[in-house]
Design a binder for this molecule. Structure first.
Ligand SMILES: Cc1ncc(COP(=O)(O)O)c(C=O)c1O
Length: 348
């Protein structure tokens, strides 16, 4: 049975979080002399001289409406990368605990593990990029605190079988972190509706991909209230700045625009796949549920360098196990995709 107290670090359990000026006074007032801000204003058109809301209430209310998840089950991070780091800092004792990663997958899980001196036990995906459940089960020991599953997976693009993720959720006594950075492009259902079913579930999403706000740095974690409380206790007090909060609220009113882009991206992805298939140096294109495709070629380095010379940058993933020969290509605008294909046709 999952119990948060069994996996929480002792120092975090006992932590008294930083209490900011705005935590200590909440209510109506006209003179704020409590936070050592500049009372005159900002040397800008917009005013940023006041600290932002530490718990980002207004952004979360809007997200709650869109996602159908109560605000108390939402954590906001400076990108989902911050949420990943905070999970490590909250639940993993440096030099003692470990997590399970299933490569090839998103690189930050391992970097965060290394930063926090937490061992990353790797259980490779199968050759069809699915979970090796038996391998994962063998790798779990008494110090295993988290399992990271990226679905749709970066860099392979496919979704991970839902039943397999549910098997982990039902049988593992630590956290199962399901990173859904690319969920808006997926045919699969999100896991955020399963929070009431699984108390050990953490779902990560981001405004950096489909929402087109990578520069604002806003990532989301959805989890039980008790997990969210821990993450809020550990995060820096003002981790989402005022400009990002205001712009996120504005952007979140434009759901229709985002849905249109998603549709167009998927149509462009299908077109791109058809055209890439015609190129004789393309060996395989893996089925994608994301806004990128993994393309196996006869000469990844050659293709990569050729594209760079023409001012087109893709991601060379050919050195990664199970991705030998492969380039990861993000779906661009119709014009960008056309330039890519026209350029690739010139590659010898
Ligand atoms: C799977 C996955 N998770 C998380 C992130 C990071 O997202 P953010 O911009 O919210 O930090 C990325 C970025 O590429 C990603 O591919």
């Amino acid at each position: 049975m999952f119990n948060i107290n069994n996996i929480l670090r002792e120092n975090i359990k006992n932590l008294t979080p930083y209490s900011s000026a705005r935590d200590e006074f909440q209510g109506e007032a006209s003179v704020f002399l409590d936070a050592n801000e500049n009372a005159f204003g900002s040397p800008l058109e917009d005013q940023y001289n006041r600290y932002p809301d530490p718990l980002q209430y207004n952004v979360k209310m809007r997200l709650s409406e869109i996602k159908g998840v109560p605000a108390r089950n939402i954590f906001l991070g400076n990108g989902s990368d911050e949420a990943i780091d905070i999970l490590f800092r909250s639940f993993c004792n440096p030099g003692v605990d470990n997590v399970i990663l299933v490569p090839p997958t998103y690189g930050m899980y391992e970097v965060s593990a290394n930063i926090n001196d937490v061992k990353a036990k790797k259980v490779s995906l199968t050759t069809d990029y699915q979970l090796n459940l038996e391998g994962i089960s063998e790798a779990i020991d008494e110090h295993t605190k988290m399992i990271f599953i990226c679905s749709p997976n970066n860099p392979t693009g496919n979704s991970i079988n839902r039943d397999d993720i549910e098997t982990l959720l039902a049988n593992f006594d630590g956290l199962v972190v399901v990173d859904e950075a690319y969920i808006n492009f997926s045919r699969q259902k999100t896991f955020i509706q399963e929070l009431t079913e699984y108390s050990n579930l953490v779902v990560l999403q981001t405004l950096s991909k489909a929402w087109g706000l990578a520069g604002l740095r806003i990532g989301m974690a959805f989890a039980s209230e008790e997990i969210i409380e821990v993450m809020n206790k550990v995060k820096p007090p003002y981790n989402i700045n005022e400009a990002s909060q205001q712009l996120a609220i504005k952007a979140l009113a434009n759901v229709d625009q985002v849905n249109e882009w998603i549709k167009e991206t998927l149509a462009q992805r299908d077109k791109l796949v058809l055209k890439l298939k015609d190129l004789d140096f393309v060996l395989d294109i893996y089925p994608s549920d994301a806004n990128f495709i993994l393309v196996k070629t006869t000469d990844p380095k050659g293709v990569y360098n050729f594209l760079v010379k023409k001012g087109i940058i893709v991601r060379d993933r050919s050195k990664i196990d199970l991705c030998e020969g492969s380039l990861r290509i993000t779906v661009g605008t119709p014009a960008e995709n056309e330039i890519l294909i026209d350029t690739l046709k010139q590659f010898k």
